[in-house]
Write a protein that binds this ligand. Sequence first.
Ligand code: GUN
Length: 293
Amino acid sequence: MQTIILNGKKLAEKLHQNIKIKALELQKKTGKKPTLAVCLIGEDPASQIYVNKKQQTAEELNINSIIERLPSNSSIEEVIKLVKNWNDNPGINGILVQLPLPNNLNSDLVINEISPIKDVDGLHPENLGLLCLGTPQMIPCTPFGIYSIFKEYNLEISGKRALVIGRSRLVGKPIAQILTNESATVTIAHSKTSKEELDYLLKTSDIVVAAIGVPHFINGEQLKENSIIIDVGINRIDIEGKNKLVGDIDYESCLNKVQAITPVPGGVGPLTVAHLMINTLKAFEIQNQMYNN
Ligand code: GUN
């Protein structure tokens, strides 16, 4: 069977066109430019790249972006003070604190301080709670991006057996919730799931979302034929002396075996950024009493 390559980059470009137009319209109507504020703490090289990408994309799409870089030895009080300042600043519509934080900082304490109405990451307990109840307000960007792939490619979720590998606040928990809301039968596997159990789940699942963080952890042999594979992993490895980005899934071994798969790069990654921009515009509309849905 011919495997469908789920082209997240192309879908993100399509979304960007609408975001760009909408951002300009909102600015014309209100005289204010939608603004995203991002806090980056420490020197994590991957986080630096992601934050730069977010800023570049925001600017291309007529969204203002502010980046505050704090040193890795910042105290929790300093970070919370910044977040509270942004909460109180009506010129800022969306707040994102780039994760992971340095080890000395507890990310839960920081996220809990972000005003839910500016929480464009959708990670605040109120937003995750609303998602859990099936009445979402802000949906976390990577899971939202994954959902948009299912919609774009008309991939059925209802009634399917879905396996989510990873139980993080950023990806595993919210995507499991979205798939549940869409009437899949969802199992969450994690680092304590036994190898035998995971093998069984992989062989019997119609949808697999891998958010593990281990390069090529899963290969095509382990998967059910005709399954839909969403690879959230972004891992850097050395292949023949070259630094390459690979996913959690061994992509090549899945071709002509599975129904559809997201590549790395060019799959889920660009959609995370696109949905951050979508959430920023939604936050702007809510804050300006313009949101109707
Ligand atoms: N680190 C990797 N992805 C994300 C994301 O979507 N949001 C935040 N805040 N940090 C991240």
